[in-house]
Design a protein around this ligand. Sequence first.
Ligand SMILES: NC(=O)c1ccc[n+]([C@@H]2O[C@H](COP(=O)([O-])OP(=O)(O)OC[C@H]3O[C@@H](n4cnc5c(N)ncnc54)[C@H](OP(=O)(O)O)[C@@H]3O)[C@@H](O)[C@H]2O)c1
Length: 269
Amino acid sequence: MTVLITGAKGFVGARLMAMLPGAVAAPSLRGVKMDGLKRMMDEIQPDWIVHTAAISDIGACEKDPEASYRANVELPLMLVGAAQGKKTVLFSTDQVYSGLNEKGPYREDAVCPANVYARHKLKMEQAVLTADPSAVLLRATWMYDMPLYGLPNRGNFLMNMLLAAARQEPARFSQSQYRGLTYVREVARLTEKARLLPGGVYNFGSENTLPMYETARRFIEMAGWRVALQPSDHDGHSLWMDTGKLRAQGLAFSSTLDGLRACLKDYGL
Ligand SMILES: NC(=O)c1ccc[n+]([C@@H]2O[C@H](COP(=O)([O-])OP(=O)(O)OC[C@H]3O[C@@H](n4cnc5c(N)ncnc54)[C@H](OP(=O)(O)O)[C@@H]3O)[C@@H](O)[C@H]2O)c1
């Protein structure tokens, strides 16, 4: 089975390329038009498609909302059109919950996006599902891994902790913010199974019943790294997702702490 991966050199896409059997990389889709997407589908003839390409930086989307709209709404919508009924699995974000008042856990139907990136991802989910009700939209959490040789790295919990240890700088986390952190290799493994999900939106990542400060404290204890931990000055919005809808379909993530433990073990740390 051939699976076409967009954003193949990105943080998630690179792991999908390494882990999904039959993965074929899409070229960069920056500025692509419908005819270019149709040509790509004709050439590659994928059985299914995973779309990770996006402007995923919240600050970049705030600075250039038009570019965010093109990349995060128009592009995925065109891609689903060009796929002509082939199963599509598209990445969305837990940021769609960023304006809710409750600390969580959040189910899929209560959303309140508080930034441009989140508003565009939510719009994308709705537009894609209108165009193709069989599409699967995965709301991902903040993901982590070690860097991959030759690929751009991006800030994530594990790297931030590693850098804090290496530079002997304190790591700061909120004592009241709840959010899931997910091992990106577990995301890649479960994405293969997401192809079989009925169309719709799914919370897709590790849950976390601990506030971020306590998560970091337990991680440091588990890893044995020398990191000074300090409470952060600002609280940070909770982004704690309830993954019951996904579990009901037989797909379950490790808890945030178990995922971190598995990652340390994978890297011999
Ligand atoms: N990383 C996380 O922790 C996280 C958390 C929640 C949700 N997500 C979502 O998960 C998906 C994958 O995230 P990621 O971290 O892998 O993303 P990423 O590494 O920031 O970007 C993935 C790829 O998107 C392509 N891209 C960038 N700007 C583009 C543009 N203007 N038009 C078209 N393509 C563009 C780039 O590929 P080329 O250079 O080849 O064009 C890039 O490698 C995204 O949808 C993101 O919103 C990520």
